[in-house]
Write a protein that binds this ligand. Structure first.
Ligand SMILES: NC(=O)c1ccc[n+]([C@@H]2O[C@H](COP(=O)([O-])OP(=O)(O)OC[C@H]3O[C@@H](n4cnc5c(N)ncnc54)[C@H](OP(=O)(O)O)[C@@H]3O)[C@@H](O)[C@H]2O)c1
Length: 289
């Protein structure tokens, strides 16, 4: 019998306790990768860790962090570095969408903090461990909602105008800008980075604050056109492992196809400006690897 395809590889997955992240963690473990789970709930993380053992994966490693706080995202990255393993795959998946505006204790709007600033900070900090792997891949989980985003540099906390998809779509546009600018900076290294839209998957996204009844109702409607969670990993796993994507970097991948994003996501001067703002917001700066 041939060994599992990812035997000996180490993969970090943020947000592995539900939806796309959980499906991806299971697929990676099933293929033989050691998964480093970064989650905010130790209870949920323990349940997922058991499922990873059940599919025959190597003993998972768990890191507990609330990624809405930069201090925690940076600590999580430090803890991963302290494990002292090369990182072959980094899946920046954790995400949130909130009906009402929430400011974190660090003064960031929560959606932007979890979906955009945390992956920026964690990824930059993890570059030395990614550099140690042979051809490491970073996958930033974005969404096709980037296309409706308005990124207002004077109001990145959405104080002036808040609606559910405002910061969500802006954070997802930010994920694509980050991907493009990071790919440019990583040119000449073995590390690649791509952004993926996983398709419409029925998960817990946006259901957090709803009543049981509302969840059932939304679930029934979603179920009509969204794919089941068990298929949620397909595009992300493909981006992380497909031989077809060897050396491919800085791309937008939707439904397992490399696709040109809409012009709004190709404004590289805005990507560079956002990078500068992100460095000063997170306090994590680019260092050539
Ligand atoms: N579902 C879709 O159709 C769809 C479409 C396009 C893009 N996406 C993207 O896919 C990614 C995963 O979303 P999903 O649909 O799988 O949603 P989900 O089921 O709600 O999963 C989100 C994951 O992120 C974690 N998370 C949220 N806030 C966190 C925080 N403060 N600290 C640490 N972890 C946190 C959640 O942890 P808990 O379990 O503790 O809540 C959960 O593990 C997101 O980036 C989303 O934007 C989803």
């Amino acid at each position: 019998m041939s060994p599992p395809k990812l035997a000996g590889k180490n993969a970090v997955v943020t947000g592995p306790t539900s939806g796309i992240g959980r499906a991806t963690a299971l697929a990676l473990a099933g293929a033989g990768a050691r998964v480093i789970l970064v989650a905010r709930s130790s209870e949920k993380c323990a349940t997922v860790a058991q499922r990873l053992r059940d599919v025959g994966g190597p003993e998972p490693i768990t890191i507990i962090a609330d990624l809405s706080l930069l201090s925690e995202a940076k600590r999580a990255a430090d803890e991963i570095l302290a494990i002292d393993l090369p990182i072959d795959v980094l899946i920046n998946n954790a995400g949130v969408v909130n009906r009402h505006r929430i400011l974190t204790s660090e003064g960031l709007e929560q959606t932007m903090a979890v979906n955009y600033f945390a992956p920026f900070a964690m990824t930059l900090k993890l570059l030395p461990a990614l550099r140690r792997a042979e051809r490491a891949r970073i996958v930033n989980v974005t969404s096709n909602s980037y296309a409706i985003a308005r990124l207002d540099f004077d109001d990145l906390t959405f104080e002036r105008r808040y609606w559910m998809l405002g910061p969500y779509s802006a954070s997802k546009l930010g994920n694509i800008y980050f991907t493009r600018e990071l790919a440019r900076r990583l040119e000449g290294t073995d590390i690649t980075v791509n952004a993926t839209h996983p398709g419409l998957i029925f998960t817990n996204l946006g259901l957090g604050n709803n009543s049981h009844f509302a969840k059932k109702l939304i679930g029934a409607i979603w179920g009509l056109f969204a794919k089941d969670e068990s298929e949620g990993h397909t595009c992300v796993f493909w981006a992380a492992t497909s031989p077809e994507l060897e050396g491919v970097s800085g791309k937008y991948i939707a439904d397992s196809k490399v696709t040109a994003p809409k012009p709004i996501a190709r404004r590289d001067e805005i990507a560079r400006r956002l990078w500068e703002v992100s460095e000063s917001t997170t306090g994590v700066r680019w260092e050539a690897v």
